[in-house]
Design a protein around this ligand. Structure first.
Ligand code: 0PR
Length: 386
C-alpha cells in the first residue's frame, strides 16, 4: 500500500487502463454470457441507492418497501397474488435459499434428517454448492432424448428422504424448459417441495406468452410449485447483483429465520446479512420503466435474433442441436470439435463463445448486447471456417 495519498486523476488513469483489458458487452464479442450491460436508467438509480442496506431494514424503510413491492410485482408476473421472497445476489443465492427452505421445512414437518434432492443432469452447478453446504444428497434424474428431465426417472427416484424436486425453466446450456406441469403434479401428490429454477427463463417466458408465444405452464399457476428463482440481472437488464427468489408461502421464509436480536428486525431469513439495496431499487425502476409491453418487445427481439442465427447456421451447413425454446442456440461443425472451433473463432475475430457439456456443442446466448450486425459478422466468419 502506498504511504501517501495519490491524486484521483492518477488513480483513474490507472483504472482506465485496467478497464481496457476487460471485454465490453457492446463490442458484441461476448456470445456465451447470460449477463449483459445494465440499462442506463438502472445505472442512474443504482448509484442513488448505493448506501442503502437491506440487511437492516428498519434503517432503510423506503428501500425495504421497494424490495417488497418488487417481489409482489414479480410474483404477480408468475401468477402468485401474495408473494414472499427477496432480491438476492443472483441465481446461485436464490437456489441456495430455495434448497434451505425445503430442507428446513422437511426437517421441521417430516423429521427428515438425511435429505435427498432430485434434479436433472442439466441443473446449474449452484445446486451442488447448496447440497454441499447443507449436507444433502443429490439424486440426478435422467434426461430424455430432447435433453429435458425424464418424468418417470424422477418418479422412480422419490424416497422417504426426498426433501425437494427441482426443474428448470430455461436450462443453462440449452435454454430448454422441463415438463414442469407433470412434475408439479407428482410433487403435489407426494407432498414434496418443488422448486423451479427460472433464473434464465423467468424474465422472458411470461412476457413472450403475453404476446402469443406458446409455452407450457411453468409458474405458480401450477399448485405444486413451491418456489421460483428468477433473475433480474439476466434478461431483466438490471445491474448485477440481482437475483430473485419467490416463495408461495411465508412459512418457507419462517423456517429459515434466525434471531438477529440487536437489529431493527428481530429475525433474518436471507443468507447474506448486509445486503445491497441498489440493485433491488434499480430492478423496481426498470419494471416500471419498461412495463409488460417494453419487456415483451425486448424478449421478442431476442427470440427473433435467435431464429435468425439458427436459420443462418443451417443455411451454411452447421448442425443445430435442438430447436431453441428460449434465446440460446447450440450447434456443431460437421467435423471440427466444439473446442477446436471455439479456439478458431477466438483467433479469427475475438469471438468468445462457450462450449456446452451435455451435449458437447458451441452455445450462443443471444442477449441484448448481441445485435443483428454482430450476428451477420459471426455468420460470415463461420462460413469462412466451414
Ligand atoms: N440457474 C440457472 C438456470 C443459471 O443458468 C444460472 C447461471 C444460475 C442459476 C446461477 O445464477 P448466478 O450466476 O446469477 O448465480 N447461469 C450462467 C452460467 O453459469 C451465469 C453466467 C452469466 C455465466 C454470465 C457466465 C457469464 O458471463 O453459465
Amino acid at each position: 500500500m502506498n504511504d501517501l495519498p495519490i491524486d484521483k486523476e492518477e488513480i483513474l488513469h490507472e483504472l482506465d487502463l485496467i478497464q481496457d483489458e476487460d471485454l465490453k458487452y457492446r463490442d458484441g464479442r461476448i456470445l456465451g454470457s447470460m449477463c449483459t450491460e445494465a440499462h442506463p436508467f438502472a445505472k442512474e438509480v443504482y448509484v442513488k441507492f448505493l448506501d442503502s442496506n437491506l440487511g437492516d431494514p428498519g434503517l432503510f424503510r423506503g428501500t425495504k418497501s421497494v424490495e417488497e413491492k418488487t417481489i409482489k410485482i414479480i410474483g404477480r408476473l408468475l401468477n402468485l397474488d401474495e408473494a414472499y421472497g427477496n432480491i438476492v445476489t443472483g441465481g446461485t443465492e436464490a437456489n441456495i435459499m430455495a434448497v434451505r427452505a425445503a430442507r428446513n421445512h422437511a426437517r421441521k414437518y417430516k423429521g427428515i434428517k438425511n435429505g435427498e434432492i432430485i434434479l436433472p443432469k442439466s441443473a446449474h452447478f449452484s445446486f451442488k454448492k447448496a447440497a454441499d453446504m447443507m449436507n444433502l444428497k443429490i439424486i440426478e434424474a435422467d434426461l430424455d432424448e430432447n435433453y429435458k428431465i425424464d418424468v418417470n426417472s424422477v418418479k422412480n427416484k422419490i424416497t422417504e428422504n426426498t426433501i425437494a424436486i427441482v426443474a428448470i425453466a430455461g436450462t443453462t446450456e440449452l435454454g430448454l424448459i422441463d415438463p414442469i406441469e407433470e412434475l408439479s403434479q407428482i410433487a403435489h401428490e407426494n407432498n414434496i417441495y418443488f422448486h423451479v429454477d427460472a433464473a434464465f427463463g423467468g424474465f422472458s417466458i411470461p412476457f413472450l406468452k403475453s404476446i402469443g408465444y406458446d409455452f407450457p405452464e411453468f409458474d405458480f399457476k401450477l399448485e405444486g410449485v413451491s418456489s421460483i428463482t428468477v433473475d433480474p440481472h439476466k434478461m431483466g437488464l438490471a445491474p448485477i447483483p440481482a437475483g430473485g427468489i419467490i416463495f408461495r408461502k411465508k412459512e418457507y421464509l419462517e423456517v429459515m429465520a434466525v434471531d438477529s436480536p440487536y437489529l431493527t428486525v428481530k429475525t433474518q431469513s436471507t443468507i447474506v446479512g448486509t445486503r445491497l439495496g441498489a440493485s433491488t431499487v434499480a430492478t423496481y425502476a426498470l419494471l416500471k420503466y419498461f412495463g409488460k409491453s417494453g419487456y415483451s418487445k425486448l424478449a421478442d427481439n431476442l427470440m427473433k435474433n435467435t431464429q435468425f442465427l439458427r436459420q443462418s447456421l443451417e443455411e451454411i451447413g452447421y448442425d443445430v442441436i435442438v430447436e431453441p425454446e428460449l434465446n440460446i442456440v447450440a450447434f456443431n461443425h460437421p467435423e471440427k470439435s466444439p473446442d477446436d472451433l471455439s479456439e478458431e473463432l477466438e483467433k479469427i475475430n475475438g469471438w468468445k463463445v462457450s462450449v456446452a457439456n451435455c451435449p458437447k456443442a458451441i452455445r450462443i446466448v443471444l442477449m441484448n448486447h448481441v445485435t443483428k450486425t454482430h450476428l451477420k459478422e459471426f455468420i460470415s466468419d463461420l462460413k469462412e471456417l466451414y
